[in-house]
Design a protein around this ligand. Structure first.
Ligand code: HAM
Length: 422
């Protein structure tokens, strides 16, 4: 026998048992986002490599070592998207959606990063990505954060905490960067190899190190918040005021720096304690320079992305019930005349009650075997047709979770089954 082909490491199948939670996440997200006026956009999974290099930044982990980049048959360098923001801006520019306009957009789909796979970290994963363009004030920052908080509430998630920070403007960050580099140089002997490398390429990312031995050095480093320019300071205060007004709890974490280069001012992350090391379920921030950097007119932007695998895992951890997506009704039929009658009846019921999920037994065998499968399917009811029922022009309705069997005419069925789908 031929050996079956293994899946690609870090790329998972989402099985039918898990699909109910995914669908619930997608349905609730769509309702909440559309309720705030965000519109769906669907984008290609592949973009020109240059787009990600220019937006995410050459010195980031993503661009340095995680992208799935390949030459296509015309020798063009293309990349499977590692995130959605760059593609959103590209699509906004390609389609003339950004200049002098306000856009509230969202998209969902797979992203690809060649990271070391572990629980909550995969090479193909899914994000719901939300972006707002053309709005510069802290009010839109607050709207996005409040909208994400509402999502957790609607999904029944409790163990999520909000952290916010401001990265200031490129100028204020450059001044801070100098101070940070001087400080870290002074503690060179205590830096691990990764941090020594980052000290040259991307020193702010040293603050993001999870290395235990680095924590004391990080705790003693100068704070980004002490180096904010006045306008960024006001922006942060404005955001805090709106979050306070809404009664939303948050922590200001001056070491929250994020792993992508395009951010300016507000950055934020929703963290959980329930998923181990991969604790961020939703992250984002403002990127006021990105549209211009990618060739557009100066246009402010801010957004976030949620990791769907992590949210589904958190729903499971927190015991959010998985929606039942098995059949409501299981059709049992024995004999040729009953087979023809059962198909006719099932189609009639689907016409009359389109919301019902009706499953036909197509595996054969006697009543006993079919009823066993009916029970296993999770259905509430079996509709049973044998020679007697066909001759009498009726059908037996058998409750599978307790209750008395009934005989009904076909005409009486729709009224009896109404409401079964909840
Ligand atoms: P990010 O922090 O790289 O930001 O990813 C956002 C979220 O995607 C993370 O909080 C996490 O939940 C999930 N995620 C990231 N990598 C993986 C992985 N390997 N496996 C599973 N889940 C993962 C961005 O992607 C930005 N584009 C967010 C943004 C939108 N900023 C502004 N607008």
């Amino acid at each position: 026998m031929a050996k079956f082909i293994e899946p690609v490491r870090g790329m998972n199948d989402i099985l039918p048992e898990a699909a109910g939670r995914w669908q619930r996440l997608e349905r609730v997200t769509r309702e909440v986002l559309e309720g705030y006026g965000y519109r769906e956009i669907r984008l290609p999974v592949v973009e020109k490599t240059e787009l990600f290099k220019r937006s995410i930044g050459d010195a980031t982990d993503i661009v340095e070592k995680e992208m799935y980049t390949f030459l296509d048959r015309s020798e063009e360098s293309l990349t499977l998207r590692p995130e959605a923001t760059a593609g959103m801006v590209r699509a906004g520019l390609s389609n003339g959606l950004l200049y002098n306009q306000v856009q509230r957009l969202w998209c969902a789909g797979p992203m690809f990063r060649h990271e070391r796979p572990q629980k909550g970290r995969y090479r193909q994963f899914h994000q719901i990505d939300v972006e707002a363009f053309g709005l510069a004030g802290p009010d839109i920052d607050a709207e996005l954060i409040l909208m994400s908080a509402r999502l957790w509430k609607r999904l029944g998630l409790k163990d999520v905490r909000l952290q916010i920070n401001s990265l200031g403007t490129p100028e204020s960050r450059a001044a801070y960067r100098e101070k940070l580099v001087a400080y870290l140089e002074g503690h060179r002997d205590k830096l691990d190899e990764d941090s020594k490398r980052r000290l040259v390429s991307n020193p702010l990312r040293v603050l993001d190190s999870k290395e235990q031995g680095m924590q004391a050095v990080i705790a003693g480093s100068p704070s980004l918040l002490d180096h904010l320019d006045a306008e960024s300071q006001r922006h942060l205060e404005g955001l805090k005021r709106l979050l306070d007004d809404a009664g939303l709890a948050y922590t200001v974490n001056p070491r929250l720096v994020r792993g992508l280069d395009y951010y300016t001012r507000t950055v934020f992350e929703w963290i959980t304690t329930r998923l181990g090391a991969q604790d961020a379920v939703c992250s984002g921030g403002r990127y006021d320079g990105l549209v211009e950097h990618l060739g557009g007119k100066p246009t402010p932007g801010i957004g976030f992305a949620m990791g769907m695998e992590r949210l589904v895992a958190l729903m499971e951890e927190e015991g959010v019930p998985a929606p039942q997506n098995g059949p409501h009704i299981y059709m049992v039929r024995v004999g040729e005349a009953a087979e023809r009658a059962a198909f006719k009846l099932a189609e009639r019921l689907r016409d009359a009650l389109p919301e019902l999920r009706i499953q036909m037994d197509c595996s054969g065998g006697g009543f006993g075997n079919q009823l066993k499968r009916a029970d296993k399917s999770g259905a509430e009811l079996a509709l049973v047709l044998g020679e007697d029922e066909v001759a009498a022009g009726c059908v037996a309705l058998k409750p599978l979770r307790g209750g008395e069997q009934e005989q009904l005419t076909w005409d009486a069925l729709p009224a009896r089954l109404k409401g079964l789908a909840g």
